[in-house]
Design a protein around this ligand. Structure first.
Ligand code: 5RP
Length: 289
């Protein structure tokens, strides 16, 4: 029985103060459920609306390439500075301490190392995402690839159905192939395909006229880092993306292959969250390295 000792009647009911209607701070999210919003709010900082995601999922296709040789040594020390960790279930379980309490964006499709091709029609069991307490799941979409576009969209579609069932946001990752033109027309199409098929977050690449890509995508976009650039160029990339409407970055090699990865992720965070210019970001990087 509840403790009935000294029960005090409520007095202050705020009559005359209407209950405030709350609008969610990320675009395209107003009509999604509470659990999905809560997970989105774990990924995108509520004070800035932005996210610095650390991507180390590429080992599933590329193996222990530079920066990923030892997740415990290369990635774990960076985790405190990331807003979200993007990895595969094997590496998350084996190498990431659960006590970090960092949101996970879980890679939910799989690939083969041959030509780094996606292994279509194989996606994660959503129950495993729940077991891992994933804050989001990510699948790749190969827009415009004749042989594989439909299969990757089917993967996304299935994952969105699962994600909707349990309130787990889905990230659509737009692929870039050798034959694909990296321009705003292509990335707008690919991003929009992800969003229209139900993705709550889109990961795509920065390009000229990027504001067209973000403007025409109804959900938050984060940019991929791509191949390692000199630090100032990677900071410029992050700066340009945020200025052109991105809600964050999801960078891998530009962090983990830096000479000072911990300094680099903090400098990127300064650009994304604190409005540092690339030059100020570089100063921060140099101070911390
Ligand atoms: C590709 C991905 C990976 O996360 C990405 O390739 C790794 O990040 P980066 O390109 O910044 O090194 O989304 O499926």
């Amino acid at each position: 029985m509840a403790d009935l000792d000294d029960i005090r009647d409520g007095k202050n009911f705020g009559q005359g103060t209407p209950v405030a209607n709350q609008q969610f701070y990320l675009k395209g999210c107003d009509n999604i459920g509470w659990g999905t919003k809560d997970r989105m709010a774990r990924i995108f900082r509520p004070d800035t609306g932005k996210s610095v995601m650390l991507a180390f999922d590429h080992g599933f296709l590329m193996g222990p390439t530079s920066g990923l040789e030892r997740i415990d040594l290369n990635i774990v020390p960076l985790a405190p500075y990331a807003d979200c960790l993007m990895g595969t279930r094997g590496v998350i379980r084996a190498c990431i301490p659960p006590g970090f309490n960092k949101p996970i964006c879980l890679r939910a499709d799989c690939g083969s190392t041959i030509l780094t091709e996606m292994n279509h029609n194989v996606i994660l069991d959503i129950e495993d995402a729940i077991r891992l307490n994933a804050s989001a799941v990510a699948v790749m979409v190969e827009a415009g690839a004749a042989a594989t576009e439909a299969k990757t969209i089917a993967n996304l579609y299935k994952m969105v159905d699962f994600g909707q069932r349990y309130g787990i946001p889905v990230m659509g990752v737009t692929a870039v192939g050798k034959d694909m033109v990296r321009d705003a027309r292509y990335f707008s199409l690919a991003s929009r395909m992800c969003a229209e098929n139900g993705a709550n977050i889109v990961k795509t690449y920065y390009c000229e006229n990027f504001s067209q890509v973000t403007a025409s995508c109804p959900v938050p976009i984060v940019i991929a880092g791509g191949k390692k650039l000199p630090e100032i160029e990677a900071l410029q990339l992050a700066y340009n993306a945020i200025n052109d409407g991105a809600s964050g970055v999801d960078m891998g090699r530009n962090v983990s292959q830096s000479d000072a990865p911990a300094a680099m992720i903090q400098a990127i965070s300064g650009v994304v969250h604190d409005g540092l210019t690339p030059e100020e970001g570089l100063e921060k990087f140099n101070d911390l390295k």
